[in-house]
Design a protein around this ligand. Structure first.
Ligand code: H79
Length: 605
């Protein structure tokens, strides 16, 4: 991205001020990247320094707090009947706008204690907090200058308080990061539902996001409400997502973004967002984070006593970490801003488990084990040369725990965290039998740590990338317009971008050729993220083959490779209109999922 000359920046600022009709201008020091030659994939989130903390931290606190909290989950109509919901209460209970505004005017969360919340997160072992800055109701929880529909200007709350600033300070003091949820869908802004006026809403949304970034420097922006609906209408499109993602990255390139910044796809943002569910294996092509409630509600609901047990919650966290995901676990403060005792207790119990005997090693900085399959009696995570077997069903006396091995390794030592008992380990063909000799340490999960040794990496790699060729047509006809060496295949061209300024965004074809050299031996999974078509050959074998034009799609193929050997590789992609992307990742028992790095790739000779 090149910088505009200063004078043009000043002119564009002035123009923006005129266009927004007195609203805070969306200040742009540089134009947003777009057009042929733009690649929206700024780095590989699986390995980038930017996402390092997020990939290691694994456990965050979600906070749903808004004007809806004032109702505490129940709306009493004039006729005496009641209707129950939490953060969707305005819509689901069809509360008239004027009445909802009247209720919000009485909102006074005087008991909101940022220090207590930050301490609760810390005690739970949660390393980051994501709080709703604005939910679907459109009510801003900070003193935004964009409108009056916010906690300072439309409430009975202390005008001198700013709960997001309080939370920023309190979390920083605890060494916990802070991020913001922001709903694209907005039930309050009259310009939102009409495509004709939607651009005016978008300007206000951009201005609010700039306030959030400039004033609070969030580590995460967690978008939501990006889906299509007609009650009320949501005009948000993939193109809007392309622009918003570029806009947020222009405000602060370090922010971790979820995929609801676009349309919740593998090519949107940095992180996938399974909601109220846990994938049963690592998500292909994208980092991921499961968000879940502690009971059945996001916002506070006085009637919801359906609390999950700390056993279930802790096992969820350990299971998620063993599949290289994060857990964003929600609390909903009541109308005074107080986190329910039941939530605090459960979080505290999770923290107790994580702190005890170093069991947190099974979670923080840990991920999928690679060398063993997930067993039926618990889960196994891995951190470097340690496997952490979190045992949910402890074997009866003399019984053993079986693991199916997926690659060769030896076990150097084994111990039960928090117990001096001996652990017998027998390695068979394709199996590992682990036999503890004593009692489990605790009923949530008892962790067996195995120190392992994998074959040494004999081919660290000295490659530079693949030969890349690009044609300004969708069928590889004629000579390529551009030939170069690409350090990896990590492209998210979306609608406006393309491989090169000389390649038009609407129709092109791409081919990468050369050799791939694995660092170690084993079965490699090649993953492509592509749009509109893809074909991948490894060692002459066609392992991914989809020539039916598609939107952003993930395909996988497996190939057994030997360390240090050169294998011919060829990848083809075509763009036939709309969006385009092409990413090439791999994983193996000892290689976590990532864009295939340049060091393991060699151009065609
Ligand atoms: O912020 C939380 C939820 O309010 C929000 N995302 C999380 C993080 C969310 N929005 N939608 N959904 C979750 C799922 C949508 C469910 C729906 Fe319905 C089914 C919308 C309409 C029917 C649930 C049930 C909401 C209203 C009735």
């Amino acid at each position: 991205m090149t910088r505009r000359p200063f004078i043009r920046a000043v002119l564009s600022l002035a123009a923006a001020a005129i266009l927004t009709g007195g609203l805070p201008a969306v200040a742009r020091a540089a134009p947003l990247p777009s057009g042929p030659g733009t690649n929206y994939a700024t780095d590989d989130p699986f390995t980038a320094a930017r996402t390092r903390w997020w990939r290691d931290d694994r456990f965050g606190m979600f906070i749903h707090f808004g004007a809806y909290s004032q109702l505490q989950g129940e709306y009493r109509r004039a006729d005496g009947t009641t209707c129950r919901n939490a953060e969707w209460i305005q819509r689901q209970c069809q509360i008239p706008r004027e009445e909802y505004e009247k209720l919000a005017a009485g909102f006074n969360p005087s008991g909101f204690d940022a220090n207590a919340i930050a301490r609760t997160a810390k005690a739970a072992g949660q390393k980051y907090v994501v709080i709703t800055s604005k939910h679907h109701e459109g009510y801003a929880m900070w003193p935004t200058k964009v409108n009056q529909w916010n906690l300072r200007d439309h409430s009975s709350f202390d005008k001198n308080r700013d709960i997001l600033a309080e939370l920023k300070k309190a979390t920083a003091e605890q060494g916990v990061r802070l991020g913001f949820y922001y709903s694209i869908w907005d039930w309050h802004d009259p310009d939102f539902p009409d495509p004709a006026t939607f651009p005016r809403y978008k300007k206000r949304m951009y201005a609010q996001l700039k306030e959030l970034v400039d004033n609070y420097h969030p580590a995460v922006l967690w978008f939501d409400g990006e889906w299509s609906t007609d009650r009320p209408n949501n005009p948000w499109t993939e193109r809007d997502g392309e622009e918003l993602e570029a806009y947020v990255r222009s405000l602060d390139p370090n922010i971790v973004l979820n995929n609801r910044v676009g349309k919740r796809r593998v090519v949107d943002g940095d992180t996938g967002t399974p909601e109220q569910e846990i994938p049963d294996q690592p998500v292909a092509g994208q980092l991921w984070e499961s968000c879940m409630t502690l009971n059945g509600s996001w916002g506070y609901a006085a009637w919801d006593h359906d609390w999950k047990s700390s056993t279930e919650l802790t096992r969820n966290l350990v299971s998620i970490a063993s599949r290289s995901g994060n857990y964003l676990l929600n609390v909903g403060p009541d109308k005074l801003g107080r986190v329910p005792r039941e939530s605090v207790d459960r979080l505290r119990q999770m923290g107790d488990w994580l702190r005890a005997h170093g069991q947190g090693n099974a979670v923080y900085g840990a991920g999928t084990p690679g060398v063993v399959a997930e067993p039926g009696w618990g889960v196994v995570s891995r951190k470097g040369d340690r496997l952490y077997a979190s045992v949910y069903q402890w074997p009866t006396a003399g019984g053993s725990l079986e693991l199916k091995t997926l690659a060769p390794f030896s076990v150097q030592s084994a111990r039960v965290l928090g117990s001096g008992q001996r652990v017998r380990v027998e390695q068979g063909a394709g199996t590992l039998r682990v036999t503890p000799t004593g009692k489990p340490v605790n009923p949530i999960a008892t962790v067996i740590e195995l120190k392992i040794k994998t074959p040494p990496v004999t081919a660290p790699g000295n490659g530079t990338g693949l030969t890349a060729q690009f044609w300004p047509n969708a069928d590889f006809s004629g000579e390529p317009t551009v030939t170069r060496t690409d350090p990896g295949v990590n492209y998210n061209w979306k609608f406006t971008g393309s491989p090169d300024p000389a390649i038009p965004a609407e129709a092109f074809s791409s081919r990468w050729t050369g050799n791939v050299v694995p660092r170690d031996s084993g079965e490699y999974t090649f993953t492509t993220v592509s749009d509109d078509t893809v074909r991948l050959w490894v060692n002459g074998k066609l392992v991914v083959d989809n020539t039916v034009p598609h939107g952003p799609a993930v395909h996988q193929g497996k190939v057994s490779l030997t360390a240090g050997q050169r294998y011919a590789i060829k990848l083809e992609q075509t763009e036939r209109g709309g969006e385009a992307s092409m990413k090439l990742l791999w994983s193996s028992p000892n290689t976590p999922q990532q864009i295939i790095p340049a060091a393991q790739l060699h151009p065609a000779s």
